[in-house]
Design a protein around this ligand. Structure first.
Ligand SMILES: *[C@@H]1O[C@H](CO)[C@@H](O)[C@H](O)[C@H]1NC(C)=O
Ligand SMILES: *[C@@H]1O[C@H](CO)[C@@H](O)[C@H](O)[C@H]1NC(C)=O
Ligand SMILES: *[C@@H]1O[C@H](CO)[C@@H](O)[C@H](O)[C@H]1NC(C)=O
Ligand SMILES: *[C@@H]1O[C@H](CO)[C@@H](O)[C@H](O)[C@H]1NC(C)=O
Ligand SMILES: *[C@@H]1O[C@H](CO)[C@@H](O)[C@H](O)[C@H]1NC(C)=O
Length: 455
């Protein structure tokens, strides 16, 4: 839609667009029809849920728990496939929040989709959130009615022809250019100086837009974004220049389809025959954060100490089917790499492997939805040499509790970005986080001022 060219004050136009949109894209009839049957659907889902829980707990009692291959408590298949409860987005929880999505020229976003990897790789939340918002009920076509303004710029899809890594050298320029465009063609940026505008920064050091931490730290958050809200994968518990901006920590992107395929192809009995799993680079540069220099390279220590230990399944190289290995594993190591976070966190949770987080000070996404302390094991970087000992202790004490917590469908749903928002999924969690920042909304302020005036 060519909203961009519209004179910014022509309110009637937006309203017209909104009406047109309703007429053509949101068949009201379907909605009514759905409302009529929702009780039925609810009842059916609940019965299905209790029935499957019954089956699962029976299944569980019929198995032995032999260390080192404990059974997960639940059959992977049943819970992931029963998605009937997730298709009703109860957006009421989101306080009638409205988001306007800028319609930027394709060079800022969709042109990059020519490369198929752009919407699938670990930084693809910038694409996934944009897509999900476009069809979401919180989207408004009337920017005067919006609480937040989403600026869809894809910066992570310029893949190097040498090593396949995304080059993000152009990110700052592209974002600055998008802001120049929206601030000259619309009045909304200037009126709040970007306060209610939302960006995604999904790569290693989030809003610092550089893959090397020292450079990222030196560069800091671009001046142009400093007032805005950034959805970023990077988050730490200590002071760090790359989170000196209003932000929400989001999970890295893992394709829900790939997870579903893995689940469908994994053994029906849910056997986990690998005790500790890690696949990836074993040598990563040591980090130097705020002067704290770690000479020990966590991954190298793991490799030196445990390669050859029968309990550990460690592999250096990428392998397309590695998710099936995660589905077969009890513990999945998530050591820091270039950045503290890694897609392993999401893959482990989605596939029922207990994440072993080895990244001091990491701040994990969506704390209100995912009780990380109850579903994972945290090992301090300095203790990585005692990894086997620590995991043996967990296996002997509370592993089954952790696995049971991990298998909560709500937890696993919260970390995946679906192409359409589902209640409780990752985009929904982002919206929920934004609904906690409505004090930045120009519209809410105006509405509450009006209410003050009226009373
Ligand atoms: C899950 O939902 C999708 C789309 O809403 C549907 O196509 C699919 O058949 C559903 N799966 C199950 C098992 O209900
Ligand atoms: C993509 O990255 C390369 C460096 O790897 C750079 O030369 C090129 O200008 C970038 N392309 C765009 C459109 O920014
Ligand atoms: C917003 O401010 C910038 C810089 O002050 C200015 O160039 C631009 O024209 C303004 N935009 C609008 C829509 O007035
Ligand atoms: C680590 O960073 C601090 C400052 O942040 C610097 O003084 C120190 O030399 C760095 N150490 C190494 C080994 O790079
Ligand atoms: C499991 O036990 C470990 C100590 O061995 C403890 O640190 C952790 O919090 C426990 N986790 C749960 C979920 O009980």
């Amino acid at each position: 839609m060519a909203q961009k060219k519209t004179p910014p004050n022509n309110r009637g136009y937006y309203v017209r667009m909104k009406l047109l949109h309703n007429k053509h894209n949101r068949p009201q009839q379907d909605k009514n029809c759905f409302h009529k049957y929702y009780k039925w659907i609810l009842w059916l889902s609940l019965s299905l849920y209790f029935f499957t829980s019954y089956l699962i707990s029976n299944n569980h009692h019929n198995h032995n728990h032999n260390h080192p291959t404990p059974q997960p408590h639940h059959n992977t298949r049943t819970l992931i496939e029963s998605n009937s409860t997730t298709t009703t987005p109860q957006l009421g929880l989101l306080k009638n929040m409205k988001v306007f999505v800028y319609d930027l020229p394709p060079k800022y976003n969709t042109d990059w989709l020519a490369n198929e990897r752009c919407s699938k790789h670990l930084f693809a939340s910038e694409v996934a959130i944009h897509r999900a918002l476009l069809t979401s009920e919180v989207r408004t076509f009337d920017p005067y009615d919006a609480d937040f303004f989403f600026v869809p710029v894809y910066v992570s899809c310029n893949f190097s022809t040498v090593n396949g890594f995304p080059a993000i050298g152009h990110a700052r320029t592209l974002i600055a250019s998008s802001v120049k465009l929206i601030s000259s063609e619309y009045p909304f940026w200037n009126r709040s100086r970007g306060l209610d505008h939302v960006f995604v920064a999904s790569h290693d050091f989030g809003s610092c837009f550089h893959t090397l931490e020292d450079v990222a730290m030196a560069d800091g958050v671009p001046e142009v974004m400093k007032n805005s809200i950034v959805l970023q994968t990077f988050g730490v518990l200590y002071d760090h220049p790359c989170q000196k901006v209003e932000h929400v920590v989001i999970p890295p992107y893992v394709s829900p389809e790939s997870v579903r395929n893995t689940v469908e192809n994994s053994p029906v009995d849910g056997r986990r025959d690998i005790w500790v799993f890690f696949r990836g680079k074993m040598e990563v540069h040591p980090k130097n954060v705020s002067g704290r220099f770690y000479s020990k390279k966590v991954r190298t220590v793991i490799w030196r100490k445990y390669n050859g230990d029968r309990r550990f399944y460690l592999r250096r190289h990428r392998f397309a089917g590695y998710q099936s290995e995660i589905a077969r594993s009890v513990f999945c190591l998530c050591p820091l790499g270039w950045a503290p976070w890694s897609p392993r966190l999401v893959e482990s949770v989605a596939l029922g492997c207990v994440p072993v987080v080895i990244a001091d000070g990491i701040r994990l996404p969506f704390l209100s939805a995912v009780k990380w302390a109850e579903i994972s094991v945290t090992v301090a970087e300095k203790d990585v040499g005692r990894l086997a000992e620590i995991l043996e202790h967990v296996a002997a004490t509370n592993l089954s509790t952790i696995q049971r917590n991990l298998w909560d469908p709500e937890t696993r749903r919260a970390l995946l970005f679906n192409s359409k928002v589902q209640e409780g999924d990752a985009t929904w969690q982002v919206l929920r986080a934004l609904s906690g920042k409505l004090d930045r909304s120009y519209r809410s302020l105006r509405v509450s001022r009006q209410l003050d005036f009226d009373t």
